[in-house]
Design a binder for this molecule. Structure first.
Ligand code: HEC
Ligand code: HEC
Length: 189
């Protein structure tokens, strides 16, 4: 092998290895950091309290986006802006990988309302994935706390939450639709 090829290979390997170190999140480190989240988001992120969303089983790319949005202040919430303010990119990636690795324990939903909401759900599956299990930066809604989902749809409607295409979609839903479709999503596993 001549010198140039050796140099080339060396640079290539260095880039490749540093790229791997940057790209691969550390689930164990994420789990350690996540202890401070459980007080509100429940054990391992399976919140049983409708004030706090379930993070377990959420899509990692979505979690990364939201934590960055809280850190930047483009998604407003006093508690979460404080929590995210001092997280580094690597910590955010690790936390997201940890919560994504935990199985979602469905919050459940009101049966009668869920039955009513089922007919509205197919228009959501296109982006949120079949049975709303989430896809990339589009969140899992399946098994999420219905009251949390209702508050988010309200926030998209009144413009206090702005990211993504939900502002237009939320305006197509009546108050009754919002109630029914969120109870349906909560009841999915
Ligand atoms: C003091 C309580 C509290 C703590 C501690 C807390 N959170 Fe939250 N978190 C909230 C609340 C409240 C919301 C809902 C905000 C809203 O209504 O927009 C939320 C929302 C989120 C969301 C958005 C979920 C979604 O479905 O869009 C993520 C992601 C999140 N928190 C991650 C974390 C992580 C990671 C930690 C730990 C580093 C953490 N939180 C610690 C209260 C808390
Ligand atoms: C065109 C694609 C698209 C469609 C259709 C769509 N959504 Fe969304 N939705 C998104 C994206 C993208 C986000 C993430 C926005 C963000 O990054 O803050 C989102 C976020 C949400 C959230 C916030 C979840 C959370 O954890 O905070 C709720 C609630 C929601 N959508 C409900 C619905 C419902 C109900 C329907 C069907 C009536 C629906 N969406 C249809 C793309 C879509």
């Amino acid at each position: 092998m001549n010198l140039y090829r050796k140099l080339y290979l060396g640079v290539f390997l260095a880039l490749f290895i540093s790229g791997l170190a940057f790209a691969a999140p550390d689930i164990a480190a994420g789990k350690e950091k996540a202890g401070m989240c459980f007080a509100c988001h429940g054990a391992a992120g399976n919140s049983k309290n409708p004030n706090f969303p379930i993070l377990a089983g959420q899509k990692p790319a979505y979690l990364v986006n939201q934590l960055r949005a809280f850190r930047k202040g483009t998604r407003g919430n006093g508690m979460m802006q404080n929590m995210a303010a001092n997280l580094s990119d690597a910590e955010i990636n690790n936390l997201a990988a940890f919560f994504a690795s935990v199985k979602n324990i469905s919050a459940g939903g009101d049966k009668a309302l869920a039955t009513k909401g089922e007919s509205k759900a197919p228009m959501c599956f296109g982006c949120h994935g079949n049975k709303a299990v989430g896809r990339g930066v589009t969140p899992r809604l399946a098994g999420q706390q219905p009251a949390y989902l209702q508050r988010q749809l309200k926030a998209f409607k009144d413009g206090s939450r702005r990211n993504g295409p939900m502002s237009g979609i939320s305006k197509m839903l009546s108050e009754e639709d919002v109630q029914a479709v969120t109870e349906y999503m909560g009841s999915l596993k």
